[in-house]
Design a protein around this ligand. Sequence first.
Ligand code: DGP
Length: 115
Amino acid sequence: MGVSDCLFCKIIKGEIPSTKVYEDEFVLAFLDISPVAPAHILIVPKLHIVSASDISEENSIYAAKCFEAIAKIAVSEGLDSGFRVITNSGTDGAQSVFHLHFHLLGGKQFDVRLV
Ligand code: DGP
């Protein structure tokens, strides 16, 4: 799947609507359509990077900016007592949208530990 038929590229371009939570030059963050926590926000780089496997020296500024955004959004969303950040990568990682994104989950006490 390329940039032209990428769901998150279409959301970034405004061709598909989303509920925006944060935006800057590098990053768009919006509500996940299928939330699994009271706060479930997707943080997406504005560059089409397929997955965490594709972060490189050339594009890693976008990943860094995603994490800067996460810190800001955690404050603006009132996630004072903590949160989780998850990225699913590739088939074994159960990734379903092949544009790098970070799930920011919060607003509840998580009881299941994967790690
Ligand atoms: P993943 O399975 O980790 O690749 O996460 C993809 C997420 O994207 C999943 O939690 C659902 C969300 N999602 C899929 N389609 C849309 C959409 O059209 N709008 C929004 N806001 N989220 C979507």
